[in-house]
Design a protein around this ligand. Structure first.
Ligand SMILES: Nc1nc2c(c(=O)[nH]1)N[C@H]1C(S)=C(S)[C@@H](COP(=O)(O)OP(=O)(O)OC[C@H]3O[C@@H](n4cnc5c(N)ncnc54)[C@H](O)[C@@H]3O)O[C@H]1N2
Ligand code: MOO
Length: 403
């Protein structure tokens, strides 16, 4: 199979994805969830012409000439409206948020008044309508204010609550089974002995899935045998995972059995191998309804590929209309040689120069086993296949790290 381009691979992975069904969650659990349906207001806000200040509700016509003394005929604290009508020469004591009584059209703030028993002296004239929030200035009953596909932010949750929703329809989280593979792997915190390395990828990839709204399910480490791999694959199917992510065993070595095992279970392979670095041996296909993404084993390759290919799939399954941001312009902080046929993702630090431009400087060592440099990086410098040599100061494209 020929190496395919990164953008083509993403397009093939998300092709035909239908957002998962909705479930209702309480407001307190809705943060970062993907809204599954357009949300319409269940009331008008404010529901009445409301005072924006503490003061006196008056008729603007009565205070054109000041000072003037008005008769205070009642009070309207928030939550306790004044039911009477304000007539010429009258005022009602009012507080922020309370309905402006009938007859009144303006509120004078209390700092511009002097209370004398049941009378109030108005010292300052204000324009008609001042300090009154008109009914519905925020929104009206039935108005759609939050669109399906929004990843809910704290302010969306405040708005949804004001719209009188206690529960929100959000997309079910995609269930993503994560299967590490390799005889050499030992879980963190154990004594690996001299022949093993610690399995890190499942933890990083699971955390990324969670960060972007999926539900990771750790299937543990499968040994490099057909039986162990088949068992892991069947467990993913048994739990009705939306996606199975395999880690490692994706390349061409004698012990890279993942693809074979998947095919034996019925995998319809879509593509294998991408023109990118790190991450060449990425694999994608379907096993029934379950999408299968085979990530390379090298830890940086696994994380880069998870961000580039798995997260768009998670976002598509969530029906997100505002996927996480993509590339930004920057300038190079160091020279780079000509690129080969693979699109490069170079770990880099990024600073702002005096003119506000982003300056991206790649790490000298880009080995795909080195998680330490990934953690020190701010961005990937994205270099197109066959990019010509570039000098420090030349424009470049970066993908700021958001995981
Ligand atoms: N002859 C060739 N060899 C390799 C090629 C190639 O095209 N021809 N591609 C190389 C590239 S690029 C990559 S990337 C790796 C990916 O190989 P695999 O996906 O088969 O990964 P493994 O061989 O299983 O492991 C590679 C490396 O990563 C470590 N690893 C694996 N899983 C984990 C884990 N869960 N946590 C931490 N580290 C993990 C593993 O121990 C190896 O060191 O293949 C190249 N080879
Ligand atoms: O693509 Mo591999 O990820 O270069 O090490």
């Amino acid at each position: 199979m020929a190496l395919i381009a990164v953008a083509d691979a993403v397009a093939r992975i998300v092709a035909g994805v239908v957002p998962l069904p909705c479930e209702a969650v309480p407001l307190g659990e809705a943060l970062d969830r993907a809204l599954g349906r357009d949300l319409a207001a269940r009331r008008t806000q404010p529901p009445w012409n409301a005072s924006a200040m503490d003061g006196y509700a008056v008729r603007a016509a009565d205070i054109e000439t000041v000072p003037v003394t008005l008769k205070v005929i009642g009070a309207a604290p928030a939550g306790h409206p004044f039911s009477g009508r304000v007539k010429a020469g009258e005022a009602v004591r009012i507080f922020t948020g309370a309905p402006v009584p009938q007859g009144a059209d303006t509120v004078v703030i209390q700092e511009d008044t002097e209370r004398q028993g049941d009378q109030v002296l108005i010292r300052q004239s204000v324009a008609a309508g001042r300090n009154v929030r008109q009914r519905g200035i925020d929104f009206h009953d039935g108005e759609v204010l939050i669109q399906a596909g929004r990843r809910l932010r704290p302010r969306d949750i405040a708005l949804a609550a004001a719209m009188n929703h206690a529960d929100l329809p959000v997309c079910r989280r995609p269930r993503i089974a994560v299967l590490a593979t390799g005889d050499e792997l030992a879980p963190p915190g154990t004594d690996p002995g001299p022949d093993r390395i610690i399995s890190s990828n499942s933890y990083g990839v699971a955390a990324m899935i969670r960060q972007f709204g999926g539900e990771p399910v750790d299937l543990g480490i499968a040994r490099d045998t057909h039986e162990a791999l088949a068992d892991g694959i069947r467990r993913a199917q048994g739990m009705r995972a939306d996606v199975l992510v395999t880690l490692g065993g994706a390349s061409v070595g004698d012990h890279d059995l993942v693809q074979e095992a998947l095919k034996a279970e019925g995998l319809a392979l879509d593509f294998w191998k991408i023109a990118m670095r790190p991450g060449k041996p990425l694999m994608f296909g379907r096993l029934g309804d379950m999408r299968v993404l085979g990530l390379p084993g090298n830890p940086v390759s696994a994380m880069v590929c998870a961000r580039l290919f798995l997260i768009p799939l998670v976002e598509a399954l969530l029906g997100l209309a505002d996927p996480a941001p993509g590339d930004s312009p920057a300038i190079l902080g160091a020279d780079l040689p000509e690129n080969d046929h693979r699109q490069d993702y170079l770990r880099a630090t990024v600073v702002r120069d005096a003119t506000g431009r982003l300056v991206a400087t790649p790490f000298a060592r880009q080995d795909s086993s080195m998680l330490s440099t990934l953690c020190q990086s701010d961005a990937f410098i994205v270099r197109a296949p066959h990019a010509p040599p570039a000098r420090a100061g030349d424009p470049c494209t970066v993908m700021l790290l958001d995981f």
